[in-house]
Design a protein around this ligand. Structure first.
Ligand SMILES: [Zn+2]
Ligand SMILES: [Zn+2]
Length: 121
């Protein structure tokens, strides 16, 4: 893939995934804007959440966890692999459900305390 062709599509509503290279439509099935790849769920650090403007970091943001909103909606938490900034974004209906489930159950599968403690309850 030549870098030229990648640059020329930036102005349209697609972007190339920073991890797997998939061409991602920036507008999800529900009409909401998406910022992460539906296949591997990686994102790119292009918006500075603290300052509110564009970020100069531009590094990969790895999906690390799921957060559940009060209305039951799921958010995916991204952490920048370079500067460590955390962001949260709503999931899309066509996001990779296997990866979402794996992130959701990970804290249950690896609790930071012994499960035997519950045996005496
Ligand atoms: Zn991807
Ligand atoms: Zn960053």
């Amino acid at each position: 893939m030549s870098t030229k062709s990648v640059r020329s599509i930036v102005s349209t509503d697609t972007f190339a995934c920073v991890r797997c290279g998939l061409t991602v439509t920036a507008v999800g099935p529900a009409g909401a804007r998406r910022n992460h790849c539906p296949s591997c769920l990686y994102s790119q650090h292009v918006i500075d959440r603290v300052e509110g403007g564009p970020s100069e970091c531009g590094s990969r943001m790895a999906p690390i966890a799921i957060a559940v909103l009060r209305d039951g909606g799921w958010m995916v938490i991204h952490r920048c692999t370079r500067c460590g900034e955390l962001t949260s974004n709503p999931i899309c209906s066509d996001d990779n459900q296997l990866i979402l489930m794996r992130m959701a159950v990970r804290p249950l599968a690896q609790p930071p305390f012994p499960l035997e403690a519950f045996g005496d309850l």
